[in-house]
Design a protein around this ligand. Sequence first.
Ligand SMILES: CC(C)(COP(=O)(O)OP(=O)(O)OC[C@H]1O[C@@H](n2cnc3c(N)ncnc32)[C@H](O[C@H]2O[C@H](COP(=O)(O)OP(=O)(O)OP(=O)(O)O)[C@@H](O)[C@H]2O)[C@@H]1O)[C@@H](O)C(=O)NCCC(=O)NCCS
Ligand SMILES: Nc1ncnc2[nH]cnc12
Length: 281
Amino acid sequence: MQEAHIFSSTLADLAVASLIEEVSLTPKPGLVDQKDQGSHEDLNYSMMVKSANCLHNTFYEMARVAYREKPSQYLREKIGEIGRRGEKAMYQVTNGVNTHKGAIWSLGLLTAAAASHKEACGELVLCFTAGEIAKFEDRFIPSQITNGIKAINRYGVNGAKVEAQLAFPHIREISLPIFKSSLNNFGYEVAKLRSFLALMANLDDTCLLHRGGIEGLDYAKQYAGIVLESGDLNELQTMNEEFKKRRLSPGGSADLLAATIYLYKVCQMTLSEKMQFATIH
Ligand SMILES: CC(C)(COP(=O)(O)OP(=O)(O)OC[C@H]1O[C@@H](n2cnc3c(N)ncnc32)[C@H](O[C@H]2O[C@H](COP(=O)(O)OP(=O)(O)OP(=O)(O)O)[C@@H](O)[C@H]2O)[C@@H]1O)[C@@H](O)C(=O)NCCC(=O)NCCS
Ligand SMILES: Nc1ncnc2[nH]cnc12
């Protein structure tokens, strides 16, 4: 199964690279980046990079179990088991700080979706396949009241789980189209910043709700919308200071930005590269 190994390693490389690109994108209001820690006293850039690197094996294992597999209860539960081991590894390198739990979930499902397809396929197909996998209930999820569940119950929003089960509508309809249309006009770095702002302006991010309530979420959404429309990305510095004053952190948008970059990278692999993986035996 040499081809499964090579393909899975490549997907894991791209997933880790996407997480590192997300944290490296600077400036990002309220989030860790290359300049500061945003609203996070317990996190910094090198810890985020360490956390991303330690997840390589998690994404690799998810890709291996999903390689040429169709979405199923079995696959969902295997991914969950690997994801929980990934969370443990993450907490070990971060001394108990949650850096990438949401990313393990979203990029993990997208990795499984990419591995399950033999041929080249587009970003939308991968989102829908990931959604199919997410719709199976994992019977082994430990029962716990997370920050996300508290926000979902209190404010009646969709969190990370439903976002995936709906096949990532905020990626398909918002961040990916903005990213692609901005690429030609503004280049790669600006495309990522615009894509991030578009996510923040639209997503019901349970991290923002957990830290700032509905006022915090609305503040972030409106501010991001104004900056996106004005096109003045210098405002991101001021926005960062304002977010820090309010302790706001758009962690969900950060994860979906990483997922957007990841989808773009996976689908950039040329058809011939994919066919090579698919035909080596
Ligand atoms: C389905 C799960 C993702 C669990 O979801 P749930 O909502 O129950 O759990 P949370 O622990 O709150 O994590 C969800 C994370 O998803 C990101 N997110 C938020 N809103 C959205 C959204 N609308 N769409 C997509 N993604 C979203 C976000 O991740 C980022 O924030 C994390 C930091 O969060 P938190 O610890 O709350 O941060 P602080 O404010 O700093 O906390 P305090 O210090 O104040 O306490 C960071 O990880 C970013 O990645 C949300 O946090 C899935 O994980 C699951 O099924 N879990 C069960 C266990 C399992 O089986 N795991 C393996 C799954 S493969
Ligand atoms: N750059 C970042 N800063 C803080 N929390 C995050 N969660 C995911 N990416 C993050």
